[in-house]
Design a protein. Structure first.
Length: 193
C-alpha cells in the first residue's frame, strides 16, 4: 500500500518503510530515470485501477468511450447464425417424433415404454400447453436432455375413464405411426442410397 500512496520512492523512504528487508526484495524493484525505485507490476496495477475508476466516473456523467448506438456490448453479442442454431434447439417436436425418441430412451433406460406411454404423452402435452416450459416454468432448450432427465421420475398411469384406449392399444397405435413415418422416409430417399 505504501507504493500506491507515495509512488516512486528514494532509498531513504524505502529504508524508513521496510528497513533491512530491502536487501531481500530489492530485485523486485527497478530504478527510473530520476533514480527512484518502483515495482513495475504494481505500477501497472495502479494504472489499471485509475483507468477503471475514471471509466466509472465517466459512466456516471454519461461521457464514456462508447456511443449509445453501438454500445459497449456489441462485440460480445452473438450474431444471427447463433440465433438460428439456438432456434433449432428450441423447436417443439411433433408428438410422434417425441414418442419415437421416448421409445428409444426407454430401451436405453431399461424401462417398459408400454407401461409409461400415457405418462410420456401426458408430459409432452403438459410441456406444449405450458409454452414448451418445464414444471418450474423454465424454457425447454434441449428437449431430448430434458426428457432423459424426466424419464426416471415418470410413473405408470393406468387406464382412466377419459382414455378411450388401453395402454396396449395406444402402444400398438404409436408403433404403427412410427413405422409409417419410417416407411415415408424410406420412400423419399433415392433408390441409390
Amino acid at each position: 500500500m505504501m507504493k500506491f500512496n507515495r509512488g516512486h520512492m528514494t532509498i531513504h523512504m524505502i529504508g524508513q518503510t521496510i528497513g533491512q528487508l530491502w536487501v531481500k526484495i530489492q530485485d523486485k524493484f527497478k530504478k527510473d530515470t530520476n533514480g527512484l525505485f518502483y515495482n513495475e507490476r504494481l505500477e501497472q496495477e495502479q494504472l489499471k485501477r485509475k483507468a477503471f475508476t475514471d471509466s466509472r466516473k465517466n459512466n456516471i456523467k454519461g461521457t464514456n468511450q462508447h456511443t449509445k448506438i453501438t454500445g459497449h456490448m456489441t462485440s460480445h453479442m452473438e450474431d444471427g447464425n447463433e440465433d438460428v442454431i439456438e432456434s433449432k434447439k428450441k423447436e417443439i417436436p411433433s408428438l410422434i417424433e417425441f414418442l419415437e425418441y421416448a421409445k428409444e430412451s426407454c430401451v436405453g433406460a431399461k424401462v417398459t415404454f408400454e407401461d409409461l406411454i400415457f405418462s410420456i404423452e401426458s408430459k409432452y402435452n403438459t410441456w406444449v400447453a405450458d409454452g414448451w416450459k418445464d414444471g418450474h416454468k423454465n424454457k425447454i432448450m434441449n428437449w431430448k436432455n430434458k426428457f432423459n432427465n424426466t424419464l426416471p421420475h415418470l410413473k405408470s398411469i393406468t387406464t382412466k375413464p377419459n382414455y378411450a384406449k388401453t395402454k396396449r392399444e395406444r402402444f400398438d397405435e404409436v408403433n404403427r405411426e412410427i413405422e409409417a413415418r419410417y416407411e415415408c422416409e424410406r420412400q423419399l430417399q433415392p433408390s441409390g442410397s
